[in-house]
Design a binder for this molecule. Structure first.
Ligand code: SAH
Ligand code: SF4
Ligand code: F3S
Length: 490
């Protein structure tokens, strides 16, 4: 009998990958994923602990699920509820105490054991005798060895975890505690999984790791040998049918020469890199335990641009770290301005329980964090808009992987990771794809989802581009091709 499984995912791409793998693990038990919690037999919240707000969301969602479970039980039905991911890892016992209606709590490293956990919880559930399960170990055996090979297809752009955990212990960050020590999967396993993904329709593979460029997986057929991420990418690029490779998230300290070189040499490696800098102040970076300074970061950016002149750099910043002065914040603004990020996320420092920075002296007032955040975000948004505007007129290959927001629209990503949409045919405007030579009706346009199509950029917004489908294919570099017919929609 099929049972309905609803997984709600919070946090980073690794959690998205993990949720897909949880569904794979549960498929042999008859669970089929559904899009809404109503009517589900099993609900998993796959949670994130990175900032206080992220963690808070879990408890409010649990309140709603409790209600759902009570309604079910009133009708004589049962509902299993599980909390997974980084909040589960960090606050497992607390969840068990605060939310007694939760049946299972498990961490990011134990989800291969889900069938046993479900069997244990389900045996008791609905019969009055509740048996609850808490599994937040860091097992010695890596979960990857126990996950099923038959994974459900993820679509044209697929996530593939290659590295997990972190040994860097930045003083603000919970990840080393929630994900555990750094681990790299053997290269042969990664290559096998990548081939299976391509065989089931993936055109793009996004390699994932909390420190993905610290990857050092066992080399195939060479006992004791290791491959770094640069080598892994070069080998993945040999897979026929795979068109694009990306990786995220990287640490500046681990950008080695081979990986930087790969950006210049591997055509399938997309010209985009998310490389979190966190701050432009050497003093703050040292207090964060980042182990590089602002100028080290500038040099890495220069080397990346020497390897691939059109590479788009994206980043993360934290404002209001303990001890951050006006001068430190100005150094951050200078760095942001110098590098010219094409996308960036800025966060207010959130003191996380158990991390050294939460206890540091010189905690910054929330009002100061808020005003610095606004100043930085305005600068970042202006640079992002200017970059997008410079794309107008360019021809780009866009991987269309989903319908757009409006009916009939298509949405995808440029090589530079910009969101690009094209309007349905006959929607008015000179750029309607029906007149652009490639597509000539609604069927033609839906057929574009799951493919890489050539697009002329016709309009720039702060967070996205509008394109018109074109015939033909081939690489395009934006800076050289920005046209005069630019339209700005901030
Ligand atoms: N491994 C990546 C970052 C992973 S966490 C790296 O080394 O850079 C994702 C982002 O969340 C971080 O880049 C950081 O900007 C932000 N972040 C992490 N902990 C935070 C905290 N305590 N407060 C605010 N932002 C935080
Ligand atoms: Fe967190 Fe990244 Fe630092 Fe690791 S390197 S502790 S994941 S911010
Ligand atoms: Fe959040 Fe855990 Fe990812 S804390 S960002 S879900 S590694």
């Amino acid at each position: 009998m099929t049972k309905k499984l609803f997984i709600k995912t919070y946090g980073c791409q690794m959690n998205v990958y993990d949720s897909a793998r949880m569904a794979d693990v549960l498929a042999p038990l008859g669970f089929r994923p559904v899009d809404a919690p109503e009517g589900a037999d099993f609900i998993i919240l796959n949670t994130c602990h990175i900032r206080e707000k992220a963690a808070e969301k879990v408890y409010s969602e649990l309140g709603r699920l409790h209600q759902l479970k009570k309604n079910r039980e009133r009708n004589g039905d049962s509902l299993l509820i599980a909390v997974a991911g980084c909040v589960a890892q960090a606050e497992g016992t607390e969840i068990m105490r605060r939310a007694p209606f939760v049946d299972i709590v498990f961490g990011p490293q134990t989800y291969h054991r889900l069938p046993e956990m479900v069997a244990r919880a389900a045996r008791a559930n609905g019969k009055g005798s509740r048996r609850r399960v808490l599994d937040t170990e860091f097992p010695v055996e890596p979960k990857f060895d126990f996950l099923p090979q038959a994974a459900a297809p993820q679509g044209p752009s697929a996530y593939l975890s290659v590295q997990e955990g972190c040994d860097k212990f930045c003083t603000f960050c919970v990840v080393p505690y929630t994900r555990g020590p750094e681990y790299s999967r053997p290269a042969a396993d990664v290559l096998d999984e990548a081939r299976r993904m391509v065989a089931s329709g993936a055109l793009e593979i996004v390699l994932l790791g909390q420190n993905v460029n610290a990857y050092h997986g066992a080399a195939p057929g060479r006992p004791g040998g290791e491959w770094g991420l640069g080598r892994l990418i070069r080998e993945l690029a040999e897979i026929g049918g795979l068109r694009r490779i990306r990786y995220t998230t990287s640490h500046p300290k681990d950008m080695d020469a081979d990986l930087i070189g790969a950006h210049g040499e591997v055509e399938k490696l997309m010209p985009y890199l998310h490389l979190p800098v966190q701050s432009g102040s050497d003093k703050v970076l040292a207090a964060m335990n980042r182990r590089y300074g602002g100028d080290d970061y500038r040099r890495i950016a220069d080397r990346l641009r020497e390897a691939r002149e059109d590479i788009a750099l994206a980043t993360d910043f934290i404002v209001g770290f303990p001890g951050e002065t006006d001068a430190d914040f100005e150094a951050t603004l200078r760095l942001a301005d110098d590098i010219g990020f094409t996308q960036a996320y800025a966060f207010k420092f959130s003191p996380r329980p158990g991390t050294p920075a939460a206890l540091m002296e010189g905690q910054v007032e929330d009002s100061m964090k808020a005003s610095r955040l606004k100043i930085l975000q305005d600068l970042l948004a202006a640079r992002q808009l200017a970059y997008n505007v410079a794309s107008v007129g360019a021809m780009m290959e866009v991987l269309f992987d989903r319908p757009g927001k409006r009916p009939g629209q298509l949405a995808g990503r440029s090589p530079y990771m910009q969101a690009v949409h094209v309007d349905p045919p006959h929607s008015g405007g000179d750029d309607a794809p029906a007149r652009a030579g490639r597509a000539d009706g609604p069927d033609a346009i839906t057929g574009v989802i799951g493919s890489i199509a050539r697009v002329r950029i016709v309009e720039a917004h702060g967070n996205s581009l509008k394109g018109a489908l074109q015939g033909g294919a081939g690489p395009a570099r934006i800076a050289a091709q920005a046209g005069p017919d630019q339209r700005i929609c901030a």
